[in-house]
Design a protein around this ligand. Structure first.
Ligand SMILES: C[S@@+](CC[C@H](N)C(=O)[O-])C[C@H]1O[C@@H](n2cnc3c(N)ncnc32)[C@H](O)[C@@H]1O
Length: 486
């Protein structure tokens, strides 16, 4: 009997890159020089767009591109394919077959029940048949992860809702996990010099950048060819470091050390959920970091466990919330811009990391709400955060840390969505537009626009307050509505 399911009809004509491809670009898994295969590429929208961006990418699809080559490449994407296959054995075989083509990483994406607009009514096999006669298996986030891990007998890393990465090499997986909790430090400003430093500045620049980023002495392999040159000029890398520290002081390395120690702590705490690696499984650079910043790997893990344990009781975190150096603190939550998350102390980063470990990065989310009254993290999407002086909430994804039942709330059709004020409070001191946001808030304060806080939390109330006061906004400035402007 032929299957009543028309799988090929599921293929979309994509005008934008798909979510898994966007995530993999953001995560630098798709980068210049690698080869990518889009397995089950449908009409090939992702393939065309990646090729247009200069990436080396091919696609294969049993119906739409049967002549495409299915061969081993660095990265394979199997996006929204497994969920259209109604036969469970064939679904698993398809996943294994895509994995067999992946030298480094497999990207797997499938539709989630939490994101489906409406659940189709006609049940079929372990999913549903849609009105167009196609099949959809709608997964839960954990269900999808468990299935991938069972079928491939390999660990999956959560990339986003319904999107997972599977790495071939354990050390590469650990490097990737650590990179998520690692901030990107700026190279320090060089404002003092001494003769030896000045004379060899070009040669020392790489060493300075390393010290600023890692807060420790590099080993020769990490410096490559520069190590030999440093040996030639200074006798050893350590002596070169001594010259640099005499010239520039140690303050900047100290702060890199603190940052890196905290990043490692967050990484090790969250690695608990994922099966913490043995020391021997860590990439070489992390081993060197741990040796430099902790007395032993065991000591680092013990400290990470203690911090993780402290996060279990959200109410006990209250002093940490109150001392948070960034974010808008409200009675029941701390709101922080995504870019400022690394500035939070480790317990709050770990708290957020527990949610992210489960649901991955949320498309376009720019604010995180860390709840203080119950163990819950929400990701908020304000599409025009930088441009709109008072951006409207488009979507929120709530992750309760006890049940892990994702709750997606959509405000796109809301006639009166919540809006933001005082945007400067959500971002870190280095955020490029912070001063502009602050000037606007000061001006709004001066004009008395915050006099009735209960009116201004939503779009309509705020616009009414502006009208009542005869004001309007021009970019990030308040102006009076003059006759001709009306
Ligand atoms: C929802 S589309 C996704 C297409 C594309 N990956 C994207 O995200 O735009 C599902 C695709 O899976 C393909 N497909 C169905 N069974 C497959 C199998 N066993 N192996 C590979 N692809 C399959 C279908 O032909 C269809 O093009």
């Amino acid at each position: 009997m032929t299957s009543p399911i028309a799988r090929h009809r599921t293929a979309l004509h994509r005008s934008e890159l798909s979510r898994p491809i966007k995530l993999a670009l953001d995560d630098h898994l798709i980068k210049p020089g690698i080869e990518l295969l889009d397995y089950g590429c449908g009409h090939g929208g992702d393939v065309r767009q990646l090729q247009g961006l200069g990436f080396c990418c091919t696609g294969w699809d049993p119906v739409h591109r049967p002549d495409g080559a299915r061969r081993e490449v660095d990265v394979v994407n199997i996006g929204y394919v497994v969920n259209v296959i109604e036969d469970e054995l064939e679904r698993a075989d398809t996943l294994r077959s895509a994995w067999s083509c992946a030298r480094d990483v497999l990207i797997v994406a499938a539709r989630l029940a939490a994101e489906a607009k409406a659940i189709p009514s006609q049940e079929f096999a372990d999913g549903y048949v849609t009105r167009c006669g196609t099949f959809q298996k709608l997964y839960g986030q954990q269900e999808l992860r468990d299935w991938i891990e069972r079928v491939l007998e390999a660990r999956a890393v959560t990339a986003g809702p319904g999107v997972f990465y599977v790495f071939r090499d354990e050390a590469k997986r650990q490097s990737f996990l650590f990179s998520r909790y690692q901030r990107r430090p700026a190279a320090p400003r060089v404002d003092r010099s001494e003769a030896q430093y000045a004379a060899n500045r070009e040669l020392l620049d790489g060493l300075v950048a390393f010290l600023a980023a890692r807060g420790r002495v590099p080993d020769d392999a990490e410096l490559g060819i520069a190590a030999e040159q440093l040996h030639g000029v200074f006798g050893s890398v350590r002596r070169a470091v001594a010259v640099v520290t005499r010239a520039l002081g140690t303050e900047q390395w100290k702060s890199a050390q603190d940052d890196r120690t905290q990043d490692l702590l967050v990484y090790l705490a969250l690695a608990r959920f994922d099966g913490r690696p043995k020391f021997s499984q860590l990439p070489r650079d992390l081993k060197l970091d741990i040796r430099a910043f902790f007395t032993s790997y065991q000591a680092a893990c013990d400290l990470a466990d203690a911090t993780l344990l402290s996060v279990g009781n959200v109410r006990a975190l209250d002093p940490v919330f109150r001392d948070a150096p960034v974010g808008k603190l409200m009675p029941t939550a701390l709101y922080v811009h995504m870019s400022a998350l690394p500035l939070l102390p480790p317990p709050l980063r770990i708290y957020e990391g527990c949610a992210r470990g489960y649901c991955g990065a949320i498309d376009d989310a720019n604010l995180v709400k860390l709840h203080r009254d119950e163990p819950k993290v929400s990701y908020l999407v304000y599409p025009q955060f930088d441009e709109d002086p008072h951006p409207s909430l488009l979507r929120s994804i709530v992750v309760p840390l006890q049940t892990f039942r994702l709750d997606v709330r959509d405000y796109s059709c809301s006639p009166n969505p919540p809006i933001l004020h005082h945007k400067e409070e959500f971002v870190g001191a280095e955020y490029a537009q912070r001063k502009k946001f602050q000037r606007l808030s000061e001006q709004e304060e001066r004009f008395g626009l915050y006099a009735a806080p209960e009116r201004i939390g939503t779009r309509n109330g705020w616009e009414q307050v502006l009208r009542d006061r005869g004001m309007r906004l021009r970019g990030h400035r308040v102006v009076r509505v003059t006759q001709d402007a009306v």
